[in-house]
Write a new protein. Structure first.
Length: 180
């Protein structure tokens, strides 16, 4: 993160969207180095996501079922108990963090937010993604792209274009030059 006050943007996908929001929120606070120019919240909602509608922590079997349902995880992971033994502790911690997360009351960012989701994401509907609007006093944009929760894989160029275009509009206008 730039400590020199230079503008920056944050992009987070799924749980990373909440992490990016919290980073931006803390950086814009009184002790923070400045304000981000935009938050890109991808594949997630502004409120805590509670799988199965509860805050309980999933067991390993439930986590594996949930990952498979989301898509985007290589099947070799599901076939390898050794790989699962390496990765599941971190996944359990992620699920615990999601289950325990409570967003700050009416906390809002001063920067615009762009929410991105896949049109076939069973986890995040356009209405749920629109909850990011509540987390900014700036402008809000919702983009729905083709694909499921991991739409990013097939839509890399479209996502890069959305980010580039949005950041282009966030740049301050160059001062007008006057001449004699």
């Amino acid at each position: 993160m730039p400590a020199d006050g230079k503008p920056f943007a944050l992009f987070g996908h799924s749980l990373g969207a909440i992490v990016a929001f919290e980073v931006a929120r803390r950086l814009q606070g009184p002790a923070g180095p400045g304000r981000s120019v935009r938050l890109f919240a991808s594949g997630g909602i502004a409120r805590p996501y509670r799988p199965k509608g509860s805050a309980e922590v999933f067991g390993d079997g439930d986590i594996l079922v949930h990952l498979r349902a989301l898509g985007g995880t290589d099947e070799r992971f599901f076939a390898s108990e050794e790989l699962q033994a390496l990765v599941l502790p971190a996944l359990r911690a992620d699920y615990r963090a999601v289950g325990a997360y409570e967003p700050p009351g009416p906390g809002r960012l001063g920067c615009p937010i762009t929410a991105l989701i896949g049109d076939a994401d069973e986890r995040t509907s356009p209405e749920e993604a629109a909850t990011w609007r509540e987390r900014t006093s700036g402008s809000f944009d919702l983009r729905v792209l083709p694909g499921g929760h991991f739409y990013l894989d097939a839509c890399q160029e479209q996502v890069a274009g959305i980010v580039t275009d949005a950041l282009g509009t966030d740049r301050p206008a160059a001062p007008a030059r006057t001449g004699i």
